[in-house]
Design a binder for this molecule. Structure first.
Ligand code: AMP
Ligand code: MG
Length: 483
């Protein structure tokens, strides 16, 4: 394993050295061995004492050059130049066997120059939520930061009530955000903006660097990756909740988890963030917000590109997102796309979604039930889920016809559909149960849920309890934004 500190060494204007400090009665309660192996990290790190020595002692490998990053961001549409890692530290970059670079970032590390009036801490509740989400999205195939470990403590922190501080190490290609570029652009520091771009080309976007117009290639790549990411969120029913530009990764991955939710009932206008009464970041606003954010980022490209080039790059967003979304929806409904059937299929998909929305059906459960659809049968079980049976019957006729034209064996199609419609979902009510137990020191359910989330498409007896839609209390959970 090789560790590097390119960000800390080369982007000094964005890096403030801060050392992590240990919390009262700290314990390592989860270590993601699979991820550690993929990255080629030392196996000893799974031992608490080893990991803590690495993190907290002067000679520790993860203690040598730890920095908080400076950035800005558009928060709810308003530019804020005052942001940065207020409670996170970049520990090091691990370089794996394929020479891919991975940031190791400690969240909940303590105050930094960017903490403003906050305490630099993360609570156990939000740390567990981030850990669960990173694993859940990863195993669903949605690009995301990952969770390497979870550390608990008895250090009190004060949110709406007293809670306990926790930490996690998260891993992703880099923590470069839209807000890093915007910060240099809006603070009128063209040379530093240039050095940030140079850094990106050197370490992360080497392919773009080789293009005829590297800046255009980079913008196009970010547009494309963001569009594909958000298409996946929409297809799996994921609501991020705080799509400020400081929470947008230039790698097109999901990160900075807050009051996120996977939809239970299919309500397209669902808002997971209770601090967002206007619904700026509601579920169905996400594709539009993605483009808004890319527009904000694109400002930073104006010293390098003509306006027409920027417009051209941004104009590809909608098409890429819709194409990806349509592909995912075809998979979910077991439909095989072709030019000849595209309109019919689009209609089948749209009417199905309208039916789910009109009757607020549970998004993942109903899709999973659809995997059973039999073109030779009246599909009584599925039909009974809907109050408007006439509408269901009309739709089912069209759907059965479309499926029968494909000439794929029923069982084969059903099996394929089960690989695109998860049985186990990260639901807020389950996350809450995990948190309630963890706050009492019991991590058994946490570990079991993680194991279940690794196999979201399988029906395993032991994990059946994680497949149920929420009881009524579980639908009304208010997820606090103060994390
Ligand atoms: P978020 O909404 O979590 O992305 O955070 C927005 C900004 O607030 C970032 O600059 C964070 O680093 C900072 N922040 C959030 N919570 C805390 C905290 N408890 N202490 C210090 N800074 C924080
Ligand atoms: Mg953030």
């Amino acid at each position: 394993m090789k560790l590097d500190h390119s960000f800390a060494e080369e982007l000094t204007a964005l890096a403030s050295e801060v050392k992590p400090n240990k919390l009262i009665n700290s314990h390592l309660v989860a270590f993601n061995q699979e991820l550690a192996t993929e990255l080629g990290l030392p196996t000893e790190w799974q031992e608490e004492t080893e990991l803590f020595n690495t993190l907290y002692t002067q000679e520790g490998l993860l203690n040598r050059r730890t920095v908080a990053q400076k950035y800005g961001g558009h928060q709810f549409g308003h530019w804020n130049p005052e942001l940065g890692d207020g409670r996170g530290l970049l520990l090091a970059e691990a370089i794996d066997k394929q020479k891919q670079r991975w940031d190791l970032h400690l969240k909940g590390a303590g105050p930094t120059p960017y903490s403003r009036f906050a305490d630099g801490r993360a609570v156990l509740r939000s740390t567990i939520r981030e850990y669960l989400a990173s694993e859940a999205l990863f195993y669903l195939g949605i690009p995301t930061s990952r969770a390497l470990c979870l550390i608990t403590s008895d250090e009190p922190v004060y949110r709406e009530k007293q809670e306990r501080a926790a930490k996690m190490i998260r891993v992703c290609q880099s923590h470069l955000r839209f807000g890093h570029f915007e910060y240099f652009y809006h603070s009128k520091q063209p040379q530093k903006l240039q050095s940030l771009f140079d850094y990106c080309f050197k370490y992360h976007f080497t392919e773009c660097a080789k293009a005829e117009s590297p800046y255009l290639a980079l913008l196009e790549k970010i547009v494309q990756d963001t569009a594909k990411l958000i298409a996946k969120w929409q297809a799996f029913g994921f609501n991020h909740g705080v799509m400020n530009t400081d929470n947008m990764s230039i790698h097109g991955i999901t990160f900075d988890y807050g009051p996120y939710a996977f939809l239970d009932d299919f309500e397209p206008t669902f808002i997971c963030n209770h601090s967002d009464p206007q619904g700026r970041y509601s579920f169905d606003s996400q594709p539009g917000v993605g483009l808004w954010n890319l527009n904000a980022l694109a400002q930073s490209f104006t010293p390098y590109l003509e306006i027409e080039q920027i417009k051209q790059a941004l104009s590809t967003y909608e098409g890429i997102l819709l194409k990806e979304y349509s592909t995912l929806m075809h998979h979910k409904l077991g439909l095989v796309p072709s030019a000849a059937n595209s309109e019919t299929h689009a209609q089948i998909i749209n009417v199905w979604l309208d039916m789910l929305a009109a009757e607020k059906k549970d998004y993942s459960v109903t899709f999973r039930q659809l995997c059973q659809f039999d073109i030779l049968d009246d599909n009584q079980n599925l039909r009974d889920q809907f109050i408007n049976r006439e509408r269901f019957d009309d739709w089912a006729k069209q759907y059965a016809l479309a499926l029968s034209k494909q000439g794929i064996r029923q069982t084969q199609r059903q099996t394929q559909m089960r690989h695109h419609n998860p049985h186990i979902m990260l639901r807020n009510y389950l996350a809450q149960q995990v948190i309630d137990r963890a706050e009492e020191g019991n991590f058994e359910m946490f570990h079991q849920f993680i194991a279940a989330l690794k196999k979201p498409y399988e029906e395993i007896e032991e994990y059946q309890k994680f497949s149920a839609p929420p009881p009524d209390w579980g639908k009304q959970l208010e997820i606090s934004c103060s994390s």
